[in-house]
Design a protein around this ligand. Structure first.
Ligand code: BDR
Ligand code: CA
Length: 319
């Protein structure tokens, strides 16, 4: 079987940084590129964070493409204060990494998605862990890609639990609910890794201490970056027992769907009115065949966490 090709679409904050490490460390997969989004920080900062982290992990062969700088329904983006509080002013927990040697690519992230869909077809997995603005723009530019791409496994949404920005809206969906609706209501095969499962999958300082003890640059940097996030979770009273592994769980599920149990649904995203950002089953398609979204509702967190630690520890040992 051909090796799976994976593209991450990241608004590189702390858990996106962990997603890069997981995708780099996982066997039998090629990380063929990263598309940058706005979200946890400005587009340019998120793109530069990805380049810095790839260099730290010895992955300078991976290209980074810039996506769109703001949502499909606005003409401007400002970083929310809560994003700075959770991810630090620089998005990566105030940890200073060297200016990357590699630059972002000239091609746009939207065109890179379209090109990769035509080139790799069903072997292509796309993992958006930020707003869906870039993928929605690619679908609008070339609607044929929804039938080509193997799977989109995204971090976002909340079906059986409340949102983390409003009662109903999760942060990534909240940034651009209209774009999320374009993606979810298309016929793309998708897996939703939302707050239903990511809030159950926690990392603590016991684990990050193991990375620091490796004595490597990457082990220390990743321990410091993640400890900032664990402290924020504690201080903001999001969870006093550790930080949620939102984005790396989506990468894990994209490669091994058996980490989660799912229900198949036709989904929509509400993008107007008081339920803005809600991810919910589409009543109009209740009796339609072949639901395209598998929504994760439970997770084997012990097995996932063990895999996560095995992969990342081995990676940080080398760098
Ligand atoms: C999601 O929002 C972002 O802040 C995180 O990186 C994650 O992708 C969690 O709601
Ligand atoms: Ca993210």
């Amino acid at each position: 079987m051909a090796k799976k090709k994976i593209i991450l679409d990241l608004d590189t904050g702390v858990d996106d940084a962990l997603a890069i490490a997981y995708a780099t460390a996982a066997p039998d997969v090629d990380l063929i590129g990263i598309v940058a989004s706005y979200g946890n920080n400005l587009l340019d900062v998120c793109a530069e964070n990805s380049l810095k982290l790839l260099e730290l992990l010895g992955q300078t062969q991976v290209p980074v493409y810039k996506g769109l700088p703001h949502s499909s329904t606005s003409d401007h983006f400002d970083v929310m204060q809560v994003s700075k509080d959770i991810h630090g002013n620089n998005g990566i927990g105030e940890v200073q990494l060297p200016t990357p040697k590699r630059q972002v690519e000239a091609e746009s992230g939207v065109d890179f998605f379209i090109e990769a869909a035509h080139k790799y077809g069903k072997d292509l997995i796309i993992v958006p862990t930020g707003p869906m603005t870039n993928l929605a723009a690619a679908i609008e530019k070339d609607p044929s890609i929804t039938k080509l791409i193997g799977n989109v496994t995204f971090m976002g949404g909340a079906l059986t639990v409340e949102g983390n920005v409003t009662d109903v809206a999760e942060a990534n969906i909240n940034q651009d609910a209209k774009a999320a609706n374009t993606v979810l209501s298309s016929d793309l095969p998708e897996t939703m890794v939302g707050l239903d499962v990511t809030l159950r999958t926690l990392l603590t300082k016991k684990e990050t201490a193991k990375w620091r003890a490796l004595g490597t640059k990457a082990g220390k940097a990743y321990a410091d970056i993640t400890d900032f996030y664990i402290d924020a979770y504690y201080n903001l009273d999001i969870d006093k027992n550790g930080c949620a592994l939102h984005d790396p769980l989506a990468v894990g599920v994209s490669l091994d769907p058996s980490f989660v149990t799912t229900i198949p649904l036709h989904m929509k995203v509400v993008y107007e009115g008081h339920n803005y950002g809600r991810t919910i089953g589409d009543n109009k398609k209740l009796n339609s065949p072949n639901p395209n979204v598998n929504v994760a509702v439970n997770v084997d967190k012990e097995r996932y966490l063990k895999t996560f630690m095995d992969y990342l520890t081995k990676l940080f040992q080398k760098h």
